[in-house]
Design a protein around this ligand. Structure first.
Ligand SMILES: Nc1ncnc2c1ncn2[C@@H]1O[C@H](COP(=O)(O)OP(=O)(O)OP(=O)(O)O)[C@@H](O)[C@H]1O
Length: 262
């Protein structure tokens, strides 16, 4: 059962900072992500999305600031938070010498689920994610898309309240993307919250009902999709305006590229 109903904040971020030497990756952000929504965190390369998601999910300690998930402080109450979240991080490390099914069995036991419940859920997830035929293959032999899918299955196994996904569709073919999408839509329809980062605006526009736009370590816009899109015809156009790239002519200075002298 999910504790957090629609209308309350699934994630509350206050004054979050992260520096790497001279580089300020996240510059004092405040953000409330509503529960029960499909939320997209978008921004150009290097905007700070991965750093933010890592701090929000307890993988990277902030320099300053607090994060609460379902009312629990991520750094003061990590056990309560980790029981309530699922995470598919960027560059996910998996136990390569386990098969897909073994990985789920292991994850389920770590999560404290009874063995027969783990078996039942693993069978269903492997089936829905089209991995049943590869469940006995070692993870090391999985393709990029299969790795994303088994990572997603592991993140969903304990039925978290909030699911965080860093670029879940990168390197995933359209058929697998559609499968992942179906699973996520079903999950949010039941009141759970998904927060995912992506650069693919069409995807964010078609999946999300709430977006946060991050530029240079700050949140530039956030809110319901229609509000952030405003009068722009597409989210892509609104995004280009927000990041100040709307009028930039790509490649204007590359006059040597293409024809002419070689
Ligand atoms: N471990 C690190 N050490 C030094 N700098 C880092 C580190 N991690 C991130 N950065 C810097 O922090 C900034 C934000 O990086 P981050 O990976 O969070 O951005 P992003 O929005 O996820 O980018 P992308 O969309 O390209 O994945 C970048 O300038 C990056 O170079």
């Amino acid at each position: 059962m999910n504790e957090v109903g629609a209308g309350t904040a699934a994630v509350r971020v206050q004054g979050l900072w992260k520096r790497f030497g001279e580089q300020i990756a996240v510059s004092g952000i405040d953000l409330e992500l509503p529960a029960g929504r499909f939320i997209g965190l978008v921004g150009p390369n290097g905007a700070g999305k991965t750093t933010t998601l890592s701090m929000v999910t307890g993988l990277l300690r902030p320099d300053q600031g607090t994060v609460e998930i379902a009312g629990h402080d991520v750094w003061r109450d990590p056990v309560a938070v980790k029981a309530r979240i699922g995470v598919l991080p960027e560059g996910l490390r998996l136990f390569e010498r386990l098969s897909g099914r073994e990985l789920l069995a292991y994850t389920g036991r770590l999560r404290g689920l009874p063995g027969d419940e783990v078996d039942k859920r693993a069978t269903q997830l492997l089936d829905v994610l089209d991995l049943a035929g590869s469940q006995h293959k070692l993870v090391v032999d999985y393709s990029t898309g299969m790795r994303k899918k088994i990572g997603l299955a592991a993140a969903l196994l304990h039925n978290p309240e909030v699911l965080f996904l860093d670029e879940p569709f990168e390197g995933v073919d359209p058929v697998s993307a559609q499968t992942i999408r179906g699973v996520l839509e079903r999950y949010t329809a039941s009141g759970a919250t998904v927060v995912f980062s992506s650069h693919v605006m069409e995807l964010v526009e078609s999946l999300c009902d709430w977006v946060a736009v991050m530029v240079a370590g700050r949140i530039r816009a956030h809110g319901p999709l229609a509000e952030v899109r405003g009068d722009a015809p597409t989210l892509q156009q609104a995004f280009l305006e927000l990041v100040g790239a709307g009028s930039r002519t790509a490649g204007a200075d590359l006059d040597w590229l293409g024809g002419g002298a070689r």
